[in-house]
Design a binder for this molecule. Structure first.
Ligand code: C2E
Ligand code: MG
Ligand code: MG
Length: 292
């Protein structure tokens, strides 16, 4: 298997480390399976705000795994194993239902126009009846499709025509589709051309160096311009400092997500954030250094 993993047509010698890695992957897979049954997953919601309307536009649902020993595990540590073993399907279904139920609750009460974004892997779009399942959950919770955004990375392109057809179906339903982590991969421009998108999310590695020289601002500006000319909305991810925000604010239509505005929040804390967001955004606007 190691030889296959390394690209096939080669040999690989057994080492004790290989066995350890395989056994720890197996253990992780077993605990992930149990985690679904035991309800150890939770969603946090990170706000995406708009400095034009001075409001919280939406929140992105981010998965957390609360292990029985009290440790909280981030998706980066278990998603790959979840995908490879297929456990992702159970987790993903839980994510979908939980986020839709929560959005419907906000809509009926404190946050009538709040949208929720959900991360979806290419695997999810390919297996099962993703579109039908989504539709049935939306009607179960009585949530209009326009309140939901699906976030994908450009890896969906590698999965071919079936996924693109599923995405088109989602667009026809009225669900929004965001291209996540834009600017990190190799086929970003092809993705813009081929996927039925409504939003581009600029990967946090670009805003990270926004305030450190002239190159990143030039790249970010051109991505924003390109997206607008394609009729797409834009979110800048990973905004942590006022100096980064200042450089983004030359275009107030760009939505902002990052620790500067808010860390991912427990669902119960979202209504409070939404109520206070105008004041927070005004304060941030006052403090952000504007470029000449
Ligand atoms: P993503 O979709 O690009 O999500 C944004 C990640 O950046 C989140 O990490 C968030 O906590 C982090 N982040 C947000 N603002 C800042 C900031 O200002 N600075 C820094 N350093 N980080 C920031 P998280 O929650 O660990 O998620 C990592 C990735 O795991 C996500 O990247 C997404 O691709 C995936 N993921 C999360 N939840 C799910 C899920 O329910 N399903 C699937 N398929 N993937 C998920
Ligand atoms: Mg995302
Ligand atoms: Mg991202």
């Amino acid at each position: 298997f190691r030889a296959k993993e390394l690209g096939r047509n080669r040999f690989s010698l057994f080492t004790p480390q290989l066995l350890e890695a395989a056994s720890s992957r197996f253990k992780l897979e077993q605990s992930l399976r149990r985690a679904v049954d035991r309800g150890e997953f939770d969603l946090l919601y990170q706000p995406q705000v708009c400095f034009e309307s001075m409001r919280t536009h939406s929140v992105e649902a981010l998965l957390r795994w609360h292990q029985p020993d009290g440790q909280v595990v981030l998706p980066g540590e278990f998603m790959e194993v979840a995908e490879r073993s297929g456990v992702i399907m159970d987790i993903a279904d839980w994510v979908l239902e939980s986020a839709i139920a929560t959005a419907a609750q906000w809509r009926a009460g404190v946050w009538p126009d709040g949208c929720v974004a959900i991360n979806v892997s290419a695997h999810q779009l390919l297996t099962g009846n993703f579109v039908e399942r989504l539709q049935s959950l939306l009607s179960k919770y009585n949530l209009p499709p326009s309140y939901l955004e699906i976030e994908l990375t450009e890896t969906v392109l590698q999965t071919g025509a079936r996924t693109i057809a599923a995405l088109k179906q989602l667009r026809e339903l009225g669900v929004s589709i965001a291209l996540d982590d834009f600017g990190t991969g190799y086929s970003s421009l092809t993705s813009l051309e081929r996927l039925p998108l409504t939003r581009v999310k600029i990967d946090r590695s670009l805003p990270a160096t926004l305030d450190q020289g002239a190159r990143a601002p030039a790249i970010v500006r051109s991505i924003i311009g390109l997206s607008y000319s394609l009729g797409l909305q834009v979110t800048a991810e990973g905004v942590e400092r006022l100096s980064q925000l200042g450089l983004l604010l030359s275009d107030r239509g760009v939505q902002v997500q990052g620790f500067l505005v808010s860390r991912p929040l427990a669902a119960a804390k979202v209504p409070n954030f939404v109520c206070g967001s105008r004041q927070l955004l005004e304060d941030l606007l006052m403090s952000a250094p504007m470029p000449e």
